[in-house]
Design a protein. Structure first.
Length: 171
């Protein structure tokens, strides 16, 4: 009999599955022009900052692959971008205080930087098919999408910092 799956892994998997569903169904409905928030990226940043680089990369790959398959476009593009971003976000993990970084402005700034990195990786793969100049596409899709996702990250951080004393964020 295989060992049981830890509850934290199941909770993270359920979180990411819910965010993938939101990304595919809700994100296009709340887009501002061509700029779409990336709920999966927000969840990936939270998971990677709590669990580390390897977990961030694995979760990013799985979530990205599901999105690739759900959207039916270039398979592997979001898997690659989210793997690299999850790995980079894992550097936010503080071994001594794993839940603390999630409630700081540093996490929001890192979310913005990692959002730009993620969108830049995605944009580089699509650049040949875009009808725009690279820098306008970078500003519109890369920075615009990162800012939109950072707004959702900021709201999440504010909610988490408000209720953190009532929940265990460190596990």
């Amino acid at each position: 009999m295989p060992p049981p799956i830890p509850r934290a892994v199941l909770r993270d998997a359920m979180l990411m599955a819910g965010l993938v569903a939101l990304q595919i169904m809700l994100a296009p409905l709340i887009a501002i022009g061509p700029v779409v928030p990336d709920f999966v990226l927000v969840g990936l940043l939270f998971v990677a900052a709590r669990r580390g680089r390897l977990t961030g990369a694995v979760v990013g790959f799985c979530a990205g692959l599901v999105i690739d398959l759900g959207l039916g476009e270039v398979v592997g593009l979001f898997a690659l971008a989210k793997t690299i971003t999850g790995f980079a976000a894992g550097y936010l993990l503080d071994e001594e205080h794993p839940g603390e970084v999630l409630r700081t402005p540093r996490f929001v700034l890192a979310a913005l930087a990692l959002g730009v990195l993620h969108n830049l990786l995605s944009l580089l793969a699509y650049f040949r098919t875009l009808d725009q100049q690279f820098f306008s596409a970078l500003l519109e899709h890369g920075v615009g999408g990162a800012i939109y996702s950072t707004v959702f990250t900021s709201v999440s951080v504010l909610i988490l910092s408000r209720i953190a004393h009532r929940i265990d964020v460190q596990e």
